[in-house]
Structures are given as C-alpha cells and as structure tokens.
Design a protein around this ligand. Structure first.
Ligand SMILES: Cc1cc2nc3c(=O)[nH]c(=O)nc-3n(C[C@H](O)[C@H](O)[C@H](O)COP(=O)(O)OP(=O)(O)OC[C@H]3O[C@@H](n4cnc5c(N)ncnc54)[C@H](O)[C@@H]3O)c2cc1C
Length: 297
C-alpha cells in the first residue's frame, strides 16, 4: 500500500517501488522507493528541488550503464533523466544530459560532423559520459566539450556554465564526480569531414567492440580502472576468466568485464570484485580501483 503520495510533475512519470533492474544495463538491484523519469530539464530540476525541500535523498541517473545498485534497492528517489533535446548549429551540438550518445553519432554523421563516432556501441547518455569522462580508442568526450550547463544540488536556482577547463576532466574522472551537480546541457564542438569516412570509422570502432567485449551480456562495462596495471590483462594472466560467484561471472571474452548470467545479485558481484582484488594484491601488492559505481541502499 502506498503510505506516502509523491507530487507528480509535468513531463514526468512517477513509479513507487520501481525495480532498479529495469533501469541499469547490469540488470541488478532491488527496488527504489520512488522513481521519477523526467523528460525535460525543467521537470528534472523540479523533481530535484522537490526532493531537497522534502529531505528525500536522490540520485540522478542516465542509462544506468556504469552502475551497480544494491540488492536492497534505494531508500530514496532515483531520477531517470530522459531530457533529450538535441540541436545542431554549424559545427556545434547542444545536447541535453539525457541524450543518447548513439543518437548524436547518427545525427552528426548525417551532417558530415565528426567526433562522436569513436564512442559507437557505448550505451551512455551525455551527462553520464561527461561525469565519467567517457573515452574509447584514445579519444575522450572531453576533447569535444565547449561548456557544460549545470546546477549545484544545493542551489538549483543558479544556472552555472562551466568551460571545459573548469570541469577538470581526467581519465574516468571529472569535477562532477566529487561535487554534487545536476547536468542539464552540454555544448560540443565537432569537425567537418566526409560522412562516408565518419561512417567507416564508426563501423570499425563498433566492430572492434563487438569482437572483443561481451556486448550481448548484461554488464556495466569495465569494472576496474586502468593504472600502472591493465586489469583485463592481469585478470586473464591470473587465470580468472570464467570464474563465477552465483550468476556473476568474469567474462570469458573480456576479463575486465563482470557479466550477469541471469539472476546475479549485487552481493555476488561485490564478492567477485573482492576475490579478484585479493588475487591481484597477493601478486602485485596493490588493488584495482573501481570504474563502476556502487549505489548503496
Ligand atoms: C557494454 C558497455 C560498454 C562500455 N564501454 C565503455 C567505453 O568504451 N568507455 C567508457 O568510458 N565507458 C564505457 N562503459 C561505461 C558507461 O557506459 C559509461 O560510464 C557511461 O558514460 C555512463 O553513462 P550513463 O548515462 O549510463 O550514466 P549512469 O551510469 O546512469 O550514471 C553515471 C553517473 O552519472 C551520474 N549522472 C547521470 N546523469 C546525471 C545528470 N544529469 N546530472 C548529474 N549526475 C548525473 C549518475 O548519478 C552516476 O553517478 C561501457 C558500459 C557498457 C555496459
């Protein structure tokens, strides 16, 4: 029974006790007490403000492709950002935070604009990509950023425009990982090229991904960050490919991925991560840092 009714906003869908499995690529997690899907930046900011005012903890997500939710779920509001406005002006693209990278690739290629094709096959939203400093094949999303429009979670009235240099982009790291912001829109600069060439590069990147990564399985991408050690190489050399705990398994195709074979729990993934790190520590006296983000209850 619903004991607590939540305000419903324009351009927003509310679900009580939503299954988080349906909102992440890992297909793992319990229920979120409240789940809002917002379709405009206004709705996104309104729901954030509502949560602030009512002291409800909240987490904004994009495509949930870097997340591991807890088996217990989330004791607050998950806000799924589906604000996807996309506008091209000359060589520039203005994209709302919820825009899929795949849509930008498709539309920019049609317009003979290059830059995003290297990220083909990555199930990222714009804001998720910015926060995680998305990269592939030695290309970084930050290479394309002009500025990011955002708000501090504790001051949603003040629109902030951060130039690239102020976003502190580093390998899988940015300012937004350390301070609480709501990202609403990003301006990117692309370069002119022939659409056939862009398409060929896109296809080549996609094919490399398909042939080396378990794209048909449920996962959250690379589990660990690279350091002086390359996780996939080390895990493979330690003979851990295929090792499983419950339905969580180290991918046989790419040792840097943990896949969910059917009903893996968050606990299984965490135990497998600990097992890998124990093996790595015994050999190298260091552990891998996580690239995926665990969301506690
Ligand atoms: C098969 C597969 C392949 C992958 N390959 C790559 C790869 O090649 N390179 C790479 O870098 N990554 C890769 N990833 C990881 C993942 O796709 C990226 O980290 C991606 O950028 C996450 O985007 P998302 O929209 O899914 O964000 P989510 O996972 O939903 O969220 C990521 C973070 O962003 C925050 N967030 C999202 N939207 C907002 C917002 N509007 N305002 C404030 N905070 C927000 C969330 O709170 C969370 O902290 C891969 C993942 C998979 C499953």
């Amino acid at each position: 029974m619903c004991l607590f009714s939540m305000k419903i906003f324009k351009d927003c869908i509310y679900i009580k006790d939503a299954n988080l499995k349906d909102y992440c690529t890992f297909k793992i997690g319990g229920q979120a007490k409240h789940l809002y899907t917002t379709y405009t930046n206004t709705a996104l900011l309104e729901v954030c403000n509502y949560c602030n005012v009512h002291n409800i903890k909240y987490k904004i997500i994009g495509n949930g492709s870097n997340l591991l939710f807890d088996d217990k779920g989330y004791n607050g509001a998950i806000i799924v950002n589906r604000s996807k406005k996309l506008r091209f002006v000359d060589n520039f693209v203005y994209a709302d935070g919820g825009t899929n990278i795949g849509e930008i690739i498709q539309k920019s290629t049609q317009r003979n604009l290059s830059g995003f094709e290297y990220f083909a096959g990555i199930p990222s939203s714009v804001a998720g990509g910015i926060i995680n400093s998305l990269g592939a094949f030695d290309k970084q999303i930050s290479d394309l950023v002009e500025y990011v429009i955002c708000y501090k979670k504790n001051n949603l009235k003040k629109r902030i425009i951060l130039k690239k240099v102020d976003c502190h982009f580093e390998y899988r790291n940015s300012l937004f990982k350390h301070e609480d912001y709501v990202i609403t829109r990003v301006k990117f600069k692309l370069t002119r090229d022939d659409k056939t060439k862009i398409f060929e590069r896109m296809k080549s990147c996609l094919n490399k991904k398909i042939s080396t990564q378990p794209v048909d399985n449920h996962s959250a991408g690379s589990v660990f960050k690279r350091s002086t050690l390359i996780p996939a190489k080390i895990i493979d050399e330690l003979g851990l490919k295929g090792k499983n705990i419950g339905d969580a398994q180290i991918s046989v195709k790419h040792a840097g991925f943990i896949i969910n074979n059917a009903n893996a729990r968050s606990k299984d993934v965490q135990q497998l991560i600990d097992y890998i790190n124990d093996c790595v520590y015994r050999q190298f006296k260091q552990k891998f840092d996580l690239e995926i983000e665990y969301i506690p209850y």
